[in-house]
Design a protein around this ligand. Structure first.
Ligand SMILES: [Mg+2]
Length: 131
């Protein structure tokens, strides 16, 4: 199973939790990638912020479309698809539709994103519960 995990307001809400989810998925031979509407140029994430998970930057393009046509750029013309079976996203409309964020909205978001990332990390790790 291919699992697309959004970054903003998903993965970054609790990096430790999602990292463990991704490791469990890998144990079951599933693949998790971060699929984000972010720009690879203006909003790139360093690998430590995504626990070394592969990141697909859709740059505001509808995520499903982007993953199908452009996800794997290293595989040549015949190997560009990475079509997720499962989407985990706080804005599911972004899976099927392009972002409608204006340049001004994006600039404002970029200016606030560091603060936002910090405030989203409000979930504290408590004692581990057994399943
Ligand atoms: Mg999001």
């Amino acid at each position: 199973m291919k699992i697309a995990l959004d970054y903003d307001k998903c993965f970054n809400l609790d990096q430790s939790f999602w990292t463990e989810v991704a490791e469990l998925a890998r144990f079951y031979d599933h693949e998790v990638r971060i699929v984000t509407a972010r720009s690879p140029v203006d909003d790139a994430l360093d690998s430590s912020r995504v626990s070394n998970l592969p990141v697909i930057y859709c740059d505001g393009i509808a995520k499903r479309f982007f993953c199908h046509w452009f996800a794997d750029r290293t595989g040549g013309v015949n190997n560009r698809s990475w079509d997720p079976d499962v989407w985990i996203d706080d804005k599911p409309e972004g899976v099927g539709a392009n972002s409608n964020a204006t340049k001004e909205v994006l600039e404002k978001w970029r200016a606030s994103t560091t603060l936002a990332t910090v405030s989203y990390c409000r979930y504290k790790k408590g004692p581990r519960r057994s399943l």
